[in-house]
Design a protein. Sequence first.
Length: 354
Amino acid sequence: MEVKFIPAEQLKEKPDENALGFGKYFTDYMFTMDWTKEKGWHNATIEPYGPVSLDPATMVLHYAQETFEGLKAYRTKEGKLLLFRPEMNAKRFAKSNRRLCMEVLPEELFVDAIATLVSYEKDWIPTAEGTSLYIRPFMFATERAVGVHPSNAYKFMIILSPVGAYYPEGVNPVKIYVEDEYVRATKGGTGFAKCGGNYAASIAAQVKAEKLGYTQVLWLDGVERKYVEEVGTMNAMFIIDEKIVTAPCDGTVLPGVTRDSVIQLLKSWGYVVEERHLSIDELMEAGRNGRLQEAFGTGTAAVISPIGKLNYKGESITINDFQTGEITQRLYDTLTGIQWGELEDCFHWTYEVK
């Protein structure tokens, strides 16, 4: 891929690696590329990070044709630069774009663009424990028009952010509120796609949960308000009677990269993983009688987030004495060990940026 490079007049001062937070700081450069029916994909550029100028009639502002992804870059102790399963993000990005009737970016172009930008910005990859470089690829409609139809022009961009832990709690249990008023997704909708509209619609429940003293919400299905689906921005997993139970990816649940990796790891360790519909009543009953042994969320940002308490309709259950479970901790240690190049990558998940 031919990429034009526009140098910045002045580079930024890098932040304290021990106080990064999440998504607060951004690197010197960003990647941009355009698509039109006439030219296809063109004008690949690495340019100084900065504002994007949009006409007030730009279609994304009115009809929300917008998709995004999230992954990370890591620096090993030997100085190698690693991505974690970027081809899966490329496939999911393409699937999201098809659902929103947006132009599909070729998977190899997606990965190449990320690797190219990360290579330019390698000095921004932090090395403090638990830190990484968060990568946010996204695409949006740029046609100047008011009228509901697929846009005839799109812009693809990538920005980078050095980050620490997603949740202030770190790898410690969080309290989850089971949402039974609002819904996240229904069959036939965009629940499986990674698009901004899904997240905008979830904010009301998030605000409600925070006011009640909970970190995140656990979503129920949009039809019967009965079956457990995702937890906040993560896939949810529950260990009941020594078996791991998680919602199936059948149109309403995001097919998480970390989710898939966790399932492969668990199966390789000999655990039974059930991808099935789990009712909230069954889950709460398992919590009451001690059969619910551990619970956790999986996602790129937090990797593994233990769940220590659930509240549903005023009833609270505590999981594993509000302690991080043995399996949960092992999953976190193994995944991050592979991502940072400290453990053998038996599954060939890492991608080295040269």
